[in-house]
Write a protein that binds this ligand. Structure first.
Ligand code: ADP
Ligand code: MG
Length: 615
């Protein structure tokens, strides 16, 4: 067996380069991060041929003395941490002291730098890891790194690079991410002499979005700001109905570092659940600020993957705040009192008619200006007057009772007078086939899926019912059911007890870990109530006790609201017209609770395009 030897620094650097700088975009990222760490106010990036032949990053930061510069090229030389415990609170981008030596080991590398108070600058030239020269040079203070012929000395690695176009796309995207996260730094990006963007320092990230991602993208987003105990998020998230077919436009930063985080993306996707069609993704740009000690960035050398020390806390925080934002955005654009609403509503009546692009389903741009609270109030009032619940037989099976729910009679019961009928602009044309119904509208033709519409309306009624604790009605169980739980389940149950009671569960504690289930919400079959609770506790246990009872209840509701399961007869023409009226008052009329589209509009201009003339 050959004898064991310690690798030379040059070989060690080349191996590290395989991890740290496997592609040009990684070089760009390391250099830009160094510039930001050096407190640059201006960063200029230039590349050629997808960064394979040339990449330059130049800043006006603190710079280095010639001793520092020489040291910076040594392996594990860093000015950013000193002891292992510093790893627990990393506030800078770099800390490994690996980037510069790694890059220099696999390229032609020229570093020019001048420390703030030095008279002269220093130029270091390293070729494939070998120092060629170190000399004085004149330059303004700051640092400029030029990397050319990347991986020429390691042909094996060069083979793995993608086409120039692909590498360039990555470079541009990465430069945009850093520019986005650091609005106070002036960023310039140049590709082969052509300026791709030049963005002067600005106050906030939203200004940057407009400049570097374009107006269209910026306009599809709305600002979001939320603060928790030791967490903060801000950023921009898709307006109601904005969705994409890929995750590409879900962009996350943690402490201004662009990251890939399943925790964050799943939390956001869940918060958009039922707000956009299933299988599609919301556009979001979110910045999470968190105590550096609560994040582990030391997972992978490229630092793109991070881990939160308390994943459930972060998840819940993001989920709740994005969800609240969505609810607000979907329900009302203006915060009007009921009186004002009416006037506004009449004035803005046209606002009710949604416009949907049939192909893309990149849809739902319509402004829904109705004040839902006033509608719900009226609804409650009219229900009270009719006193629909007074003769409820509490022992009847759930299905039957379900049909007597105050908000249930959606089809035959009008909430608001004909005058303000939001569906008035929709003229019923025909029911073509099964669930397919056609309407003409001032702007085109609407195709509606009747069962989906019914399910959406029913879903929101149940949701209202659920949300409004005073309105949730219980049915008494014929035979109270004794339940015994283990310690974890029982403490999870206790944590949600108040909410469960608000939902309509009647649960009495009798002894440690023993409960008696005496009643359940109307929308649940009494026979299923206990297993519903067990499901809830199981999922609560899986999510570390962090389950939102609301989201669980929603899932249960979805199962309830299935038009086909309810064995209804076909809708009559009149019922369909009334249904539309109800639908257009929904918070989110566009998708059914399962995330499928409810209706779309084919605009007149589409017909004109096909006929190749004005209609
Ligand atoms: P790290 O960033 O992990 O410390 P690097 O290899 O990227 O390691 O850089 C090594 C050191 O060189 C840094 O700690 C810093 O002191 C110095 N340095 C690198 N780039 C710059 C720059 N653009 N301006 C000033 N100092 C820099
Ligand atoms: Mg670095």
């Amino acid at each position: 067996m050959p004898e064991i030897r310690i690798l030379s620094d040059q070989v060690a650097n080349q191996i590290a380069a395989g991890e740290v700088v496997e592609r040009p975009v990684a070089v760009l990222k390391e250099l830009v991060e160094n510039s930001i760490d050096a407190e640059a106010k201006k960063i200029e990036i230039e590349f050629r041929n997808g960064g394979k032949s040339y990449l330059r990053v130049e800043d006006d930061g603190v710079g280095m003395t010639s001793d520092q510069a020489l040291l910076a090229l040594e392996r594990h030389a860093t000015s950013k941490i000193r002891k292992a415990s510093d790893l627990n609170k990393i506030g800078t981008f770099g800390f490994r002291g690996e980037a510069l030596p790694s890059i220099a080991s696999v390229s032609r590398f020229i570093l020019r730098t001048r420390f703030k108070s030095s008279q002269e600058g220093t130029e270091l030239f390293v070729n494939g890891g070998k120092m060629v020269h170190c000399k004085e040079c004149g330059m303004p203070h700051g640092t400029r790194v030029e990397v050319s012929h990347l991986f020429n000395s390691v042909p094996g690695r060069r083979k793995f690079l993608k086409t120039e176009v692909t590498e360039a796309t990555h470079l541009i995207h990465m430069a945009k991410l850093y520019a986005l996260a650091h609005p106070s730094i002036t960023f310039t990006l140049i590709e082969g002499g052509r300026t791709i963007f030049r963005s002067p320092a600005c106050k906030a990230s939203d200004e940057r979005v407009r400049e570097i991602f374009g107006r269209g993208f910026a306009d599809s987003l709305a600002p979001l700001n939320a603060k928790g105990n030791d967490l903060k998020i801000n950023g921009l998230i898709g307006r109601p109905g904005q969705s994409r077919s890929t995750r590409k436009e879900m962009i996350f930063f943690v402490n201004r570092r662009p990251v890939d985080s399943k925790t964050l993306s799943y939390a956001v996707i869940e918060a958009f659940y039922t707000f956009i069609p299933k299988g599609r993704f919301p556009p979001v740009i979110l910045f999470l600020d968190i105590d550096p000690a609560a994040v582990d960035v030391n997972v992978h050398p490229s630092k793109r993957e991070i881990r939160f020390r308390n994943e459930p806390q972060v998840r819940t925080f993001v989920l709740e705040n994005v969800l609240n934002h969505n609810k607000l955005a979907a329900s009302s654009k203006y915060n009007l009192s009921p009186l004002e609403t009416k006037v506004e509503y009449e004035k803005e009546k046209r606002g009710f008619v949604p416009r949907i692009d049939p192909q893309a389903l990149e849809i739902f741009g319509s402004k829904k200006d109705v004040d839902l609270e006033s509608l719900v109030e009226k609804k409650a009032l009219s229900d009270k007057l009719e006193n629909k619940n007074s003769d409820l037989d509490s022992h009847e099976p759930a299905k039957l009772i379900f049909d007597q729910l105050p908000h249930q009679s959606i089809i035959d019961h009008k909430l608001v007078g004909e005058k303000n009928d939001p569906g008035a602009d929709w003229k019923f044309l025909d029911r073509l086939h099964g669930d397919l119904v056609l309407f003409s509208t001032p702007d085109g033709v609407v195709a509606l899926h009747a069962s989906s519409a019914y399910e959406r309306v029913r879903f929101e009624q149940l949701e209202d019912n659920l949300r409004n604790s005073e309105q949730s009605i219980s049915q008494t169980m014929l035979l109270p059911e004794p339940l015994e739980f283990d310690g974890i389940d029982s403490s999870n149950l206790e944590a949600s007890l108040l909410k469960l009671r608000q939902l309509g569960f009647v649960l009495e504690e009798f002894g440690r870990n023993f409960y008696r289930l005496e009643g359940c919400p109307l929308w649940l079959a009494p026979g299923e109530a206990a297993s519903y609770l067990r499901d809830f506790l199981e999922i609560a246990r899986e999510s570390g006790g962090n389950l939102q009872i609301e989201s669980f209840a929603r899932q249960a509701l979805e199962k309830q609201v299935n038009y086909k399961q309810e064995n209804r007869d076909e809708f009559s023409e009149r019922q369909i017209i009334d249904l539309v009226d109800q639908l257009l008052r929904c918070r989110n009329p566009y998708v059914c609770p399962r995330g499928k589209p409810v209706y779309f509009e084919i605009p007149i201009r589409d017909f004109e395009t096909r006929f190749k003339r004005k209609l």
